[in-house]
Design a binder for this molecule. Structure first.
Ligand code: DC
Length: 218
């Protein structure tokens, strides 16, 4: 079973996917972490991301593995798990830029399909229901007001030990939305057959209940 959850930054995809994963006992894959991992690696290795050739070489050399362990999704660099160090705002910015490059998208789309081949999964991201898994069993798209998304992102980063201001976060989200929605390939948009859920005034449990009732009803 493949379930996709797409939506803009801060719409609650990760939190909802995490809770849904607990209820269903299947892993959830944060595909944003995969774009962030490529960004992290490029920064660490001084890759000039305006140079296509350097990016292609980087994708060939990149010693990063994406694996599931039980219900958990791990981004591995050698023997280290690096999920926790991918959430700096600067890495998010770089990831959004790299996400516009066709070679990067193809590389990660292939990895995502490989992960899906190993069993039931929840995939959350931007293009899961439109491009990567158009035939997914269940597709959801979360929308939320801009202010609420900024508020949630500030809290989420605080939990990870990163302090940012509300205004700075709001502007960063606006910029990222624009980039994600207007890129040429795999832009952020709802698939025609997706169920749209507005999470602005809903708790995580209410969103998950609504997803579960869609699944149970079919
Ligand atoms: O969800 P996130 O903020 O961790 O994602 C980081 C960036 O990765 C985001 O700006 C867009 C990109 N991304 C994408 O293009 N496609 C995906 N499936 C997931 C993320």
């Amino acid at each position: 079973m493949i379930i996709t959850i797409d939506g803009p930054a801060g719409s609650g995809k990760s939190t909802v996917a995490k809770e849904l994963s607990k209820r269903l006992g299947i892993p959830y894959i944060e595909t944003g972490a995969m774009y962030r991992a490529v960004a992290w690696w490029c920064r660490k290795n001084n890759v000039d991301i305006s140079d296509r050739r350097q990016i292609k070489e980087a994708l060939e050399r990149m010693d990063i593995d994406f694996v599931t362990s039980g219900d958990t999704f791990l981004v591995r660099h050698g023997s280290e798990t690096i999920n926790n160090i991918l959430y700096e705002p600067e890495i998010g910015e770089l990831a959004s830029k790299l996400a516009q490059i066709p070679e990067v998208r193809k590389f990660l789309t292939d990895q995502q399909r490989k992960l899906a081949a190993s069993g039931s999964c929840i995939f959350e991201g931007r293009d899961m229901g439109t491009v990567v898994f158009p035939d997914a069993d269940y597709k959801f798209f979360l929308v939320t007001s801009l202010e609420e998304r900024a508020r949630r992102r500030v809290l989420q980063l605080k939990e990870k030990g990163i302090e940012v201001s509300f205004e700075e976060t709001l502007e960063a989200i606006k910029k990222r939305d624009y980039q994600d929605e207007n890129r040429e390939i795999a832009p952020l948009k709802p698939a025609p057959d997706v169920k749209i859920i507005d999470t602005t005034n809903l708790t995580v449990d209410q969103v998950v209940d609504s997803i579960m009732s869609e699944i149970d009803a079919s």
